[in-house]
Write a protein that binds this ligand. Structure first.
Ligand code: SAJ
Length: 410
């Protein structure tokens, strides 16, 4: 068997490497020449624990190779971005480009799996595009003849930072365009998945993925809203949540400076876009979470008013604890916005990076160790609960104003 993975990013590359590590021939396709070259040297262009080792082993074994140009294979897995900008429509153009790229090399009996998180109906659209590009083949639901092609949606569900583990251990939802398509896709996932493969329709699989991330977003919004209410009512939200969570059926998540990452802050909008009138709570949750950075900034601004050009230390820049991923990070957003407000001197502490991104240094922000930053700071803003901050000597904080958005000290 030969598997082709289209899109060698945070999902596609680990998936390609893990399948190759099972001894299957894998060809990865990407539009970035740099990504292709890096992978062919056995190296990685993204950060994920242990990924470098798995990729290097797969390339050295001769099981994984990357290319700019698609070639025939038995199965094609599409793992390309599906961006969504608020107020706009879900952007399926990368899926469409992938369809255009693979269409010429498709052969009778091939399986095409869409892994990208997608709005409901995207797999049907992909099938229609492929059918239009290859009228000589028969795609499920789009040809009057017995289908000789298989299409399914199998949404990725791995947690950044634990991708290699979760790729193998998570259960998978397999939404075939027909029952035969689901069966065919299970054969592919059985190569590397130890979890259960659960079959359903493509539309249900699409909605399931969006539901999982919306569930988390709504629950985080609940926690974030509570933190704002508690601030108004002079109640320690961390103590409150710990107490409420002692109830056997209550499990409140953790408030923070906002919701970051590439999925949870985006996917709920797909549902809102599909059902704008009905998706009221899902939309509100998004708004609550998106409003949280502004709330934290307001607190800092109020504290800064008490000083003349205070030194403000921002602890954490990553989008969540114990990773180095700064993309779509509310902590980074807050730090940058504070610098632009010119409230004082802004120090950033981020133990998982060695150098600040250009836009932060250009805004006059300095990267310091936690000790150095605490020594200088008048105001300390806790943004991310990195493990390096946990043992912090709290006596340092007695003389400072503390704004603890993620409950490090409380
Ligand atoms: N966060 C909080 N409070 C919490 C939990 C999280 O403020 O109690 C914040 C985090 O700090 C972060 C954001 O939410 O900024 C998202 O972090 P996360 O760890 O909840 O999720 P992601 O974005 O890293 O990965 C999610 C996962 N989805 C679910 O847990 C339902 C993962 O399984 C998905 O595969 C991934 O999205 C994806 O690619 O869709």
């Amino acid at each position: 068997a030969k598997v082709s993975v289209i899109g060698l990013g945070y999902i596609g590359l680990p998936t390609a490497a893990v399948i190759a590590s099972r001894g299957v021939e894998v060809i990865g396709i990407d539009v970035s020449e740099k990504a292709v070259d890096t992978i062919n040297q056995g190296k990685v262009h993204i950060v994920e624990p242990d990924l470098d080792m798995v990729v290097q082993a797969a390339v050295t074994m001769g099981k994984l190779r990357a290319s700019l140009i698609p070639e025939p294979a038995d199965a094609f897995m599409i793992a390309v971005p599906t961006p969504f900008q608020e107020g706009k429509k879900p952007d399926l153009s990368f899926i469409e480009k992938a369809a255009n790229a693979i269409a010429p090399v498709l052969e009778k009996g091939n399986l095409i799996v869409l892994e990208s998180t997608s709005p409901v109906g995207a797999t049907e659209k992909l099938t229609a595009w492929l059918q239009a590009l290859r009228p000589d083949l028969h795609f499920p639901g789009h040809s009057s003849q017995t289908p000789d092609m298989y299409v399914a949606h199998c949404p990725e569900r791995v947690l950044p930072g634990r991708v290699l583990e979760e790729l193998v251990s998570n259960d998978r939802i397999i939404g075939g365009m027909s029952a035969e398509c689901s069966e065919k896709a299970i054969e592919l996932y059985n190569i590397f998945v130890r979890g259960n493969c659960l079959t359903t329709s493509a539309r249900t699989a699409e909605m399931a993925k969006l539901t999982e991330n919306s569930f988390r977003d709504v629950n985080i919004a609940f926690a974030n809203e509570l933190s704002i209410i508690c601030d108004e009512l002079h109640i320690n939200v961390w103590e409150l949540i710990a107490l409420a969570n002692r109830h056997p059926r209550v499990n409140i998540l953790t408030p923070g400076p906002g919701v970051g990452g590439h999925c949870i802050a985006v996917d709920p909008w797909f549902i809102v876009d599909s059902a704008p009138e009905s998706a009221r709570m899902i939309r509100t949750a998004r708004e609550v979470n998106d409003g949280k950075p502004g709330f934290v900034i307001g607190k800092v601004q109020k504290a800064a008013d008490e000083f003349k050009r205070p030194v403000i230390a921002c602890l954490g820049l990553a989008f969540k604890p114990d990773i180095d991923d700064l993309r779509e990070s509310p902590a980074l957003d807050i730090t940058l916005r504070l610098a632009k407000m010119e409230l004082g001197e802004i120090l950033a502490v981020e133990p998982n990076i060695h150098e600040l991104p250009d836009k932060l240094s250009a805004a006059g922000i300095k990267l310091l160790s936690i000790e150095a930053a605490l020594e200088k700071a008048n105001i300390v803003v806790v943004l991310v609960n990195h493990k390096q901050f946990k043992g912090l000597d709290k006596s340092h904080l007695n003389t400072k104003v503390l704004i603890d958005s993620s409950g490090l000290i409380a």
